[in-house]
Every structure is written in structure tokens, then in C-alpha cells.
Design a protein around this ligand. Sequence first.
Ligand SMILES: *Cc1c(COP(=O)(O)O)cnc(C)c1O
Length: 393
Amino acid sequence: MSSSTPSQPFLPFALPEIGEEEIAEVVDTLRSGWVTTGPKARRFEEDFVKFLGDDSLHAIAVNSATAGLHLALEALGIGPGDEVITTTHTFTATAEVVRYMGADVKLVDIDPATLNIDPVAIEAAITPRTKALMPVHYAGLSVDMEAIHAIAKRHGLKVVEDAAHALPTTFQGQLIGTLNSDATVFSFYANKTITTGEGGMLVTRDPALAARAKVMRLHGINRDAFDRFQAKVPSWYYEIVAPGFKYNLTDIAAALGLHQLKRVRGFQKRREQIAQRYDEAFADLPLMLPPRPQQADDLHAWHLYVLRLSDEASINRDQLIEALFADGIGVSVHYIPLHLHPYWRERYKLQPEQFPHSQRAYERMVSLPLYTKMTDADVERVITSVRRALGRA
Ligand SMILES: *Cc1c(COP(=O)(O)O)cnc(C)c1O
């Protein structure tokens, strides 16, 4: 039975932290008369490159990470007959964009030590049709990008990082987004480490990829092509060079992003602090705690705090979730692996036995609330509930 008092309100699984500066900037945008893509989206892109600290990068603001991933694959020329390898332990967006391009998804298993895609499984899945790898920095812990880039180089493959969880994450001291991948895509969805409501950022070092993504982001409109032949493009003139998409980020959303971006480091510190407190409080329980970066000084973005129940636990995953909900605490599961969803299962005739590590992790995992708006008391409340559910109150 729950012992939470009726006066304790429901503790949501996730909440954004939107401050007065964000609100004032949105209001300023609304009053300015320019509400769609304009000066603020441009400034958000510039600030993003500054944040990453490498001005050879291009940042392209889009209305979701899904859009950014799609644009990256489109610019890389991924198409029918091609295969793209990614992890089964991800959100469907990572894989669906491959299908948008008419290419095929090769799902592979995770390394149970990191919950990230297993480089050995990638090697085993490569065929002559393989064109690209899409690693996902699960929960905000970097994939071993050295291994990924070595495989890509050996087999001549493109690399598109799904960095929806990975702001700010580092690999061997370098921020995700600054590595030598073809493209890296961040998400600013409502529950991500920073938010614009809906939004994303495509980052690349490749000027041709950036140029193509910019054109395809907005209907396939190209004004630069015309620029080459004319000293001055009339303001009304444009050319359509491809059937593009409608993936631009509005200035209303970018207004939020400008201020959220300034808070990235502070947000990460608070998330890290909460994760640390959870780790301490759960150390004696029959649980597997979230994996840590291989290099102790690397940053984990802590988008998610994922527990796994050990075999010795007295209850199963579903019972733990029920106990937490009974105490008024929102929890979630990241993810129901793609190989279990009807579309992916049927399309590629997938069986759980092909993904033993993802399957086993899924059956035992729970994501606890982890966000900057949690008070220390909220954190202790979650701890008390988890300990009580596991009989260690
Ligand atoms: C949230 C998420 C996405 C999609 O992000 P959107 O901005 O909502 O499109 C893609 N991949 C992963 C792993 C995610 O968690």
C-alpha cells in the first residue's frame, strides 16, 4: 500500500525548466511581428556553434531532431537498396527516418555494460549494402565513438549521431557535435536536456551537407544558386531545386533556445548531482546502476537515469513501476526496443532472441524522474519509494 500522504502532489516524470528570460524573449518575439524563422533562429544557430566551440561547424536549426536526422540522411544520399545500422534500444525516430528515404534499417543489439550500440554487433551486421551507422548516445552517455569511426573508416560508411540525449556529453574530452561524424543531431523536445517545445539542431563539418540540408529544410528553395550569376538577387526571387520539406524552426521556439542554451552547463551539473545522489542511495539495493563514462572526467548529459533490477530483486520491473506510481511518482521505460514493436518486428521478421542484451535490459529497466526542477525533497521522495518497493525502507 502507498504511504504517500494525499497532500503530496504527483511528481511528474519530466518537466522543462523555463525561466523569466525565456518568457521575456518569447514575448519580445511575439511583439516584434516576426514569429517564424528569422533573426532569432539565426542567432540560435550561431550561439550553438559558439557553444560547441569550433567555428568550422555548421548548425542548422530544425523543428525536431527527427527532421534533422531525415535531412542528414537525405543530404548523404541514402536511398532504396541501402542499409543503415542502428541500435534496437532507441526511440523509433532514429530508425523511421531511414524508412523515409526508402532505405532499410539493420537493428543491432546493445552492449549491456553501456546500454549503447555494440560495435561488435555492428561489424557482424555490415553487408555490401550498408551505407551508414547511426549511433545513439543512450541516456546521455557517449557511445565509444573511436570504435564507431574505426568501423566506418574500414568499411567506407557515413556516420550520423543521434545526439537527442547528448547535450552536453563529451567523448574523450570532446563535446558530442564536434567529432568527425558526417552529422550530429540534437533534440529540444519538451523532456530533453534543453527545450524549445519542439526543435532540433543538425550539426555538420561538411559545407555541402550543410548547404543541402538548408535547402531541403525549407521546401527546396535555393537563393544561393541564383546568387552565383547575379550581383544582386531581387528580394522576391527564388528557385525551387528539389521537393524539399517544411522543417524550419520558428523564432518563437528559437527564443526559448537562446536562453536554454546559456543554461546547459548549469542544468547538467544539477542533473549530475541528482544522479550522484540516486547512485549513493541505491548502492546497497539489488539493482544495476546506470553506467558511467569510461573516462571519469567525461561529461554524461544525464538525460535519463535508468535502473535495472538484478536477479536477486524481490519484485519485478512492472511491480516496481506500480509501487512508484502508487506513491505518486511518474516513471517511464526507455525503451520498448524497436524489435518488439509491430511495424519493425513484422517488416524485418525480428525475434527477441536476436537482441538478448536489449531484451534483458528492457525487461528489468525503469527510468526515474531526473530533471533540474526537482527539489532535493523530490529526490529523497523517489529514493524512499524505490527503497520501500525493494523492501529496504
Ligand atoms: C527524442 C528523441 C528523438 C526525436 O527527437 P524529436 O526532437 O522529438 O524529433 C530521436 N532520437 C532519440 C533517441 C530521442 O530520444
